[in-house]
Design a protein around this ligand. Structure first.
Ligand code: MN
Length: 264
């Protein structure tokens, strides 16, 4: 019996990769960060989650998963605690834009025409969009047609019903869900050995004013790195969320890329 075909591009030989590209698979590019996620969660929280979602989506839709962009744009106080924390290792915006642009044009050069950029770090968004836009502009100028790119953030795929189950006392909003109940629960499901529930800070949600001040004063804002407590995180909530992310993204990719529906 032969082993299942690899889903990770990095595990494939170039000849197997070329052969797989002939069937026009979606390539999933996970994008995350190396960023503090409180004293209880790993620095790679934002990278582990889209890689695992990407692998699960790939298994459903016959996609390939590219190596992740494992660094992101600078952590902002109101969405990630701030860039001053040790361990938070960030890129300048134009570096992330260039990385995205280069990787996408390389996929297109190989013959890929369907790419799903799966982002998970709040601050990345516009730099990824810029990289996508510039890659498409480059390709048009080079006469390369037909590349379609879908960009998604997994947390936008949660239903109201699941939100009310995961946050029975009220949803604090995605910007504050940094190392909070959502990411901590998902990692309790995916990588329980990387989560230290005994170190979850017991603190109320941070209330930031509706503006930013630069340079950032490290003495203001969160001192623990979390913005809202993860004390209510559980592996069961994580399993529910993960399932919903995977199903929602697989369904959206199937529709956007007009893939034959393989069923659940
Ligand atoms: Mn982040």
């Amino acid at each position: 019996m032969s082993a299942p075909a690899p889903v990770l591009i990095g595990d494939m030989t170039w000849t197997d990769y070329v052969a797989r590209l002939k069937s026009d698979p979606v390539i999933i590019l996970p994008v995350g960060s190396l960023e503090q996620h409180g004293p209880h969660s790993p620095l790679a929280t934002d990278t582990i989650i889209p890689i695992e979602i990407g692998k699960a989506v790939a298994a459903r839709i016959g996609a390939l998963v590219a190596p992740a962009i494992a660094y992101g744009y600078k952590s902002m106080p109101r969405t990630g605690g701030g860039n001053h924390f040790p361990g938070t290792t960030s890129l300048d915006g134009d570096t992330l834009t260039r990385l995205t642009r280069d990787i996408l044009t390389e996929f297109a050069r190989h013959g890929a025409r369907r790419v799903l950029v799966l982002d998970s770090h709040y601050e990345n968004e516009m730099f990824l969009i810029e990289g996508i836009d510039l890659a498409l502009r480059d390709l048009r100028a080079w006469g390369v047609e037909g590349l379609k790119i879908m960009k998604a953030r997994y947390f936008e795929f949660v239903s109201e019903a699941t939100l009310s189950k995961v946050f029975p006392d009220g949803f604090p909003g995605w910007p504050l869900e940094h190392a909070g109940v959502m990411t901590t629960s998902v990692l309790l499901h995916l990588r329980p050995h990387l989560i230290h529930m005994d170190r979850v800070p017991n603190q109320p949600p941070i209330h930031y004013p509706p503006y930013d001040v630069f340079p950032v004063d490290p003495r203001s804002g969160t001192q623990t790195g979390i913005l809202a407590s993860a004390a209510a995180a559980t592996a069961e909530k994580g399993a529910l969320l993960f399932q919903e992310f995977v199903e929602g993204i697989a369904k959206a990719a199937t529709a956007e890329f007009a893939l034959a529906n393989r069923g659940a």
